[in-house]
Structures are given as structure tokens and as C-alpha cells.
Design a binder for this molecule. Sequence first.
Ligand code: APR
Length: 244
Amino acid sequence: MSAIDNKLIDRLRKAKKVAVLTGAGISAESGVPTFRGNDGLWKKFRAEELATVDAFMDNPALVWEWYLFRRDLMSKVEPNPGHYALVELENLFNDFTLITQNVDGLHRRAGSKNILELHGNITLNKCFDCGKAFEGTVDISLGELPKCACGGKIRPDVVWFGELLPAAAINKAFEASQEAEVFLSIGTSAIVHPAASLPVEAKRHGACLVEINLDPTPLTALADYAYQGKSGEILPQIVERLKS
Ligand code: APR
């Protein structure tokens, strides 16, 4: 594994504003499958085939089966050292924004505070038609899917391909990225927009761009520091160096 560069530690020590973008890779060491890795398929379906309005209109039960499977899996996993290192990192800076594409809620469970969940939260439901939050449980074994008082079908409160991101969250994310002196992109394949634009935007506004990922991504060439490895191993090293 690569040692952490002294210059990066110096840059972080001087920084007042830090922003972080995380993707499925940070939760991989907790046992949550990524979307585009070898473990990314579910019953031969890719995420792009299930996480869409069209898929839900065609076969809501199948889409719900996938979400209930993931919801169950995510309820049984725990945050890993990568999540906890980001909690420690937040405590070292006055202005720290954690932007995540993950819907698993593991950052919150680890103790991170200033979190922007760009793609929603898998534990929540809402009405497909009117958007009202639905508190009840969804049990597909009952044969009929729950409906809202307005008659609309209940769906998971996550952002699907082709849908707009929650405006307040994405606006704040762009603002934090543009203002960040150091921006860390962690465990994301950096191909799904608009989230993938955030590191580019940060760099364009002068941030030092750091990538931590198992594999190279379209961002790697743009990064000032690219660490290829597990976020649960590299992030704690950065925190230790900052604290020493
Ligand atoms: N540490 C660091 N990186 C890792 C680790 C790890 N332990 N394990 C996997 N990775 C990397 C993979 O190499 C890959 O580049 O994490 C990345 C995960 O990429 P994706 O599966 O594409 O996940 P993500 O970037 O979060 O996907 C974006 O796509 O399907 C949608 O809405 C979904 O939010 C998701 C979005």
C-alpha cells in the first residue's frame, strides 16, 4: 500500500474547508455489494436495469424485491474503519462536508454529522405520485404493494437513474466542492453524474484533489494524489498522520 505523502498531510493541516465524496466502495468492507464490481449483479440484473422509473412501472414487485433484499442486507452490516476515519476527520476541521451517493446510512450510524445524502436513504419510503413520506412497512410476500391515500404506489425514497437529485442537497454539495481547499473522492467509480462532476468542480476551483479507490477511475489522472487501495486502510492512515 502507498504511504501517505507528506505534502498532502501539510496541505490538510493548513486547510480550513474540506469536502469528501463517497461511493459504494467505502461500504464494501462492511459487506455491502458495490454497483459495478464483480459483486454488482443481483439475479443477473444490473443496477441500471432496476433503479429506474420504467423498471418500477413495468414490474414494481421485482424492483421492491431488490430493494427489500438490499434493505435487509444493509440493516445487518456495521460501519467499517473507513466510515469511522471520516468521523475523526470531520472533528479535525471547522468546515467539513461529507457528500455521499450511498443510501445505506452507514456514515450517520458511524457518527458523521454534516452529511449530504445525494441519492436518498434506503430505509425510507414515499408515494410514487404525490411524494408523501410513507411510514408503513412494505411486504411483497402479501402479493399486493402498499398504496398511498392518493392511490399512488409506494416506492423507496431513493434517486433513480434519470431522476433529479434533491435540490437542496446537490446545491449545497456544489457549493462545498467549489469552496473546498482539499477534496477527497473515495470509493466511487466517478461515472454517475451529477455526483461525478463534484470532484472536477472542486479541482477547477483550486482544490487539491485526492482519490482513494481500489481501481483507477476517470478521475485518477486529474487527482493530485491517487491512492489505490482499500478506504478502510488508507483513511485511518491519513487520520493517524494528521493527529501525530
Ligand atoms: N475501498 C476503496 N474503493 C473500493 C473498495 C474499497 N474497499 N471496494 C470497491 N471500491 C471501488 C471500486 O473499485 C469502484 O471504483 O469503489 C467503486 C464503486 O463504484 P460503483 O459500484 O460504481 O459505486 P458508486 O460510484 O457509488 O455508484 C454511483 O451509481 O448505481 C448508482 O445510485 C447508484 O449511488 C450509486 C451510483
